[in-house]
Design a protein around this ligand. Structure first.
Ligand code: CA
Length: 209
């Protein structure tokens, strides 16, 4: 077997067969394209004016989702947002030449509206709206739409990890320990207030800083 870091080359004898298992760490995808999202009232099936992918040179990958909203069911959804879980910055790249609102749902929960978005163009000038969201471990569903008026055109969404669920758990322990006056070392001796390191208190270990 021969490998150079990216490729693995093997020699298999004539009439032979070999089986290999490749293991790796799953990376989180950051950017999800609007034109690749599920359009719940896809225009080609449900008629005009419902959401459909459209082309524009100024859009990332040359396309975006247009004709979104004006109807509760005319939303777009990414159902394959894989995450380790945690808090993320969600950036939504949009375009609209008039003031429009955009509603966000994460895993079925209404996150509210972004009001009066306006990038100054329908598909040649794009702006980005950022919001903090919580992702669950595994697959997440992110939905954009507007039930009461047309929504902006959507180029893509991008996720940036702020704090993983694991980091959050450790930080919560740190927060809790700062409120705990009864901390002990591993031999059961009570620790002074200025102690830093591993400590026992409230029936579990704490990281005392
Ligand atoms: Ca795009």
């Amino acid at each position: 077997m021969w490998q150079d870091g990216k490729r693995v080359t093997v020699n298999i004898p004539a009439h032979g067969s070999q089986a290999y298992f490749v293991t790796g760490t799953r990376m989180e995808r950051k950017r999800y394209q609007g034109e690749e999202a599920w359009a719940n009232k896809y225009q080609e099936i449900n008629g005009f004016p419902n959401a459909r992918p459209m082309e524009a040179g100024a859009a990332d990958q040359g396309a975006y989702m247009g004709w979104l909203g004006n109807l509760k069911g005319n939303y777009m959804e990414w159902r394959n947002v894989y995450s380790q879980g945690g808090r993320y910055k969600l950036a939504i790249r949009y375009a609209t030449a008039e003031n429009r609102d955009l509603q966000l749902h994460v895993n079925g929960e209404d996150q509210g509206f972004f009001n009066d978005l306006n990038s100054g163009g329908w598909d040649d000038k794009w702006s980005t709206q950022e919001v903090e969201v919580t992702m669950q471990p595994g697959y997440n569903v992110i939905r954009l739409g507007n039930p009461v008026g047309f929504a902006p055109n959507i180029d893509y969404i991008e996720l940036t990890l702020l704090e993983s669920a694991q980091q959050s758990a450790v930080n919560n322990i740190r927060l809790q320990q700062s409120d705990t006056s009864q901390l002990y070392d591993l031999n059961g001796r009570q620790l002074p207030a200025n102690y830093s390191g591993i400590a026992i208190g409230d029936h579990r270990k704490h990281i005392k800083r």
